[in-house]
Design a protein around this ligand. Sequence first.
Ligand code: NAG
Length: 307
Amino acid sequence: MIVSTAVACALAAVVTAYTDIRHKQFMVKNIDPIVYPGQYRSHMHSFFGSDAVTKDLPTTADLQKGCASGENPNDLSVYWIPTLYYVRGPTDFVEVNPGMFSTYYENIDKAEIPYPQDFFAITGNATARSQSDVNEGTTGLTWWCENGPEDRQNRNRALMPRVTCSGNIQVILRFPDCVQTSNIKNYAYTAANGGRCPSGMKRIPQLRFSVRYNVRSLLPKGWSGTPPLKLACGEVGEGYCFHGDFINGWFDDAQKNLLKATSRNQWMRVDGAKGEGKAGTTCGPKDREPAKGTSDYLTSVDMMKMH
Ligand SMILES: *[C@@H]1O[C@H](CO)[C@@H](O)[C@H](O)[C@H]1NC(C)=O
């Protein structure tokens, strides 16, 4: 009893009033509607959430016309990350589908406003090549073995684990938690501003990605040193370039419920007119334009060279 109270207090010190939603991957494609709208020239990304996303930057209303791959039918947001590959040979890249992709919405009790209509954000540094290019203080980016045995304190924390994980490989990444309502492209992190939003900005719930990769069947013998794993944006064994993108697709009634998670330290299910927050998906999310762009790693590299 004493122990569990201590653990609860320790957690409460970091995160208060939160919810989480699990999503299935529904598409892998060489698009990035925020960075390269209208084009097929990005490194490969894995997509989760509303399947209304294409190469063109969608609005919140556009996303709400899609089918969500997540368990909350009130959240039609779209989320994406660089695709992870097992490098089986010099030209042989095997896609690793994350066994679990969860979006946590944290510090809701501190939020002043819900996500504005059409709000989108990018976090992380897609060109990072070293720990000094990564801002762990604001984004929290770190990789580790979910159940050990490795100790991330003995290496750069944004590198991938250096020995075989006994369970999943996990990575986390936090999003901005402040936005200027008169110019929603201007956003910031309280962690970079002494725990407050810069003046002129409002505080929003903080989104955090938690991704778990199960590579045991792909790598039955494990690894020692650099793992034969590569993000579409980076070099083999490096996790520095891991980044995340989010476009708000929440229905407003559910966002009002989200902001009711104000009792500190507590998880809350976020329901809405579309159903219970853990109802699950039944609509069958899919790539809306399967003939466009590519889902093949080497083809995506060729298409990037054309620019
Ligand atoms: C992102 O990484 C690049 C290295 O490619 C580095 O020059 C840049 O400073 C990094 N950006 C930030 C915000 O740390």
